[in-house]
Write a protein that binds this ligand. Structure first.
Ligand SMILES: [Zn+2]
Length: 266
């Protein structure tokens, strides 16, 4: 298999044309003609992930987050990102990113998150594309049985990989919960949409004090704020499955290395 074969499968599942205009998705480094036998999936293109790729003998790393989002004029090994580019090229490891195009795909990042926190049955986008009701940001789904906010938070914490800070909950723990909205990664732009959707709780990441406080005060759904990395990590296995089931004969591995920015809670 060549890198081109693998990219064709990834781009069918996550069309780059669906990425946000500010995003930087696709092939970051690597030769399309190079052979690919082992593919490592990870959230972040960081040094520890490159080390894992080298140890395992990966030919390609597929990450959710872009290495260079805002462009650069240098890949000198004088910065962490430039150093990473050197490590990758010296070791014949390609790097490919599927970011906002994976967020809005079906199945995408929030489908995997929804399943990880226990949602069952059909999932619909929280903010569907005007031209496609089955694709878009976030997902709304239901729990198989009604529960309360406290028990749902415990279920979500169990379903997500462990991180230093775990989950933060805003709202009455006894509040009944059946309908849940989720959005992998920073989801505060979707607070208003989640409120309008009338869900019982909105689970996302990177929420800030003022928007969260005002949201709960105004009678919106309860909020659960998880670690950014943890909300996107479940997608890695979904993407790896799509590659394995495509007929492309490659070995896949999902990195379990926690690369969330927050490494310790006190
Ligand atoms: Zn993210």
């Amino acid at each position: 298999m060549t890198l081109t074969n693998v990219i064709e499968v990834l781009e069918a599942a996550y069309p780059p044309a669906r990425a946000e205009s500010w995003d930087a998705v696709g092939l970051v480094s690597g030769d399309p003609a190079q052979p690919v036998r082992r593919v490592l999936f990870a959230v972040d293109p960081v040094a520890v992930v490159a080390e894992e790729a080298m140890e395992w003998g990966a030919d390609l790393i597929v990450t959710h987050h872009p290495l260079y989002l805002r462009g650069t004029t240098s890949v000198a090994a004088t910065t962490p990102k430039g150093r990473l580019v050197h490590t990758l090229i010296k070791n014949d490891i390609a790097l490919y990113t599927a970011h906002t195009n994976a967020d809005v795909a079906n199945p995408g990042v929030s489908d995997a998150l929804a399943r990880a926190v226990g949602l069952a049955g059909d999932l619909v986008p929280l903010q569907p594309f005007p031209d496609d009701p089955w694709r878009g940001l976030g997902r709304i789904g239901e729990l198989p049985e009604p529960t309360c906010l406290g028990d749902f938070a415990a279920l979500a914490a169990k379903g997500l990989p462990r991180t230093a800070m775990g989950l933060r909950v805003a709202g009455d723990l006894a509040r009944p919960v059946t309908r849940v909205a989720v959005s992998g990664g920073a989801g505060d732009s979707l607070l208003g949409t989640a409120k309008a959707a009338g869900v019982d709780v909105f689970l996302t990441a990177d929420l800030r004090h003022h928007p969260a406080s005002e949201f709960v005060e105004s009678g919106g759904p309860a909020l659960i704020d998880a670690a950014h990395w943890a909300t996107e990590w479940p997608w890695l296995d979904s993407a790896a499955s799509i590659l394995r089931e495509s007929g492309v004969t490659v070995e896949t591995r999902v990195s379990a290395t926690v690369t969330d920015a927050w490494t310790r809670g006190y």
